[in-house]
Design a protein around this ligand. Sequence first.
Ligand code: GTP
Ligand code: MG
Length: 475
Amino acid sequence: MSDHRQALKIAVVGHTNTGKTSLLRTLSRDKKFGEVSAMPSTTRHVQMLRMGVGSDIIVELFDTPGLEEAIALLETLDAQKQVNYRDGPVQIEALLNDPQALVRFEQEAKVLRQLLNSDAAVYVIDVRDPVLPKFRDEIAILARCAKPLLPLLNFVSVSNTYESQWRDALAKLGLHVVVSFDTVAPAQNGEAIFYEKLGTLLDARGKRLAELMASHRDDAALRSKSACELIAELLLDVATCKHSFTEGDANAVHEFNERVRQREQSCVDAMLGLYHFSREDLDASTLPFNEGQWRDDLFDPSTLTALGLNLGGGAAAGAAAGFGVDLMLGGASLGTGAAVGALMGGGLQTLRRFGRRVGNQLNQSIQGAVLRRQTLRVDDKILQVLLTRQILLLRALQSRGHAAMAQVQVDNAVLEDLWPGEIEKTIGAIRQYTSWSSIYQPLQWSPEREAQVDGLAQLLEGKLHTGGSPELGRR
Ligand SMILES: Nc1nc2c(ncn2[C@@H]2O[C@H](COP(=O)(O)OP(=O)(O)OP(=O)(O)O)[C@@H](O)[C@H]2O)c(=O)[nH]1
Ligand SMILES: [Mg+2]
């Protein structure tokens, strides 16, 4: 009698280059598992991946080399059919004990040996290929191992596939339970459906897969919550940041911007870590990243335009650099960072020139104030950009398979809903608590600060779900 607590052994098999290793990367959320390449015959040996809940191993998935010689192999098997008529596994065993066959079918033998030692197999199919005779032969050979087989249709998000022809052909071969799973862009609940279908093939033992799935769902919910807390911390840190400087400190604005940029980057890094991605993952993507750094500078006006946010009229005038920092002059804000742009560009002289442009009265007030003390704060629009970028990053990470190598597209159309009244109101209410910011000073924990972070994080989670999170499913 089989032990129901023993780990299920699942062989992942299929023609070469169909995405077997990619599937394991995505299921394990480990982008370093095995070797993936567009070249055929990449995986040369069987490699195991264990998954479970805590120390309880529930499933062992075996990545195998790609099948390439199915037609010749089936002929060889058929040639010795007379001896082992009707007994598929015996035929396969005979093949595996035939030294000559082992030389010719070295890779195939590794797959078949693993399949005989497994409880079931997942047969990975590239649905961009038509149902060719060699694939039918592969299925016929695998069937002789007499193990449950779950065909998995990969590359389903590509247009113009042979998916329906594959489904018809599989049904005719008696394979009625089939799963679609794009390893690079797994569909919402794709993983859950995969384990559920695999479970049905394994009867009572398959129920253990539900435990694994429940644990993965909990992990996903926790990751999402933690990510929203990271973003909430960032928003709070930047919104409450206030820096005063006196005349002569020409670097003050530059340093201020730099600190905010670094704060954003540390949030990005933490989020990447949370989702088991790293900076190098993003350098090839179309997220606005370049080598892990945001490609579009936070304080560049074009960043706002690119994200579909409107610049205020006053801001556009002088904000070639430094847009988005509010310079408070004796309590009167100049609005957006026009003056700061000037300050950054050429220091005090430029600020004076800029002042002349906007009128004598303002000029005097600027000059007077500059000689005294200014306070820097981050503009609301920049907070909106910060929030938007983090939510876009989070959504992209949640819907990205760990096999993904291609670029992720960011949809700017969703921006407007990311800064709803409630978030603006919460931000407005916390702006005054300047001791909460950890940008210029070590973090000072307080229950009030914590409560604001929690509240903001909850608001953000709500936003995340209304936008649809593939990892968690829509509500
Ligand atoms: N667009 C897209 N590409 C994929 C998908 N799955 C795999 N790929 C790509 O297909 C190629 C082959 O993927 P692998 O995971 O190495 O395939 P394999 O079946 O393990 O290949 P062998 O080990 O050589 O048999 C790689 O370039 C992957 O990036 C998918 O679902 N969508
Ligand atoms: Mg492989």
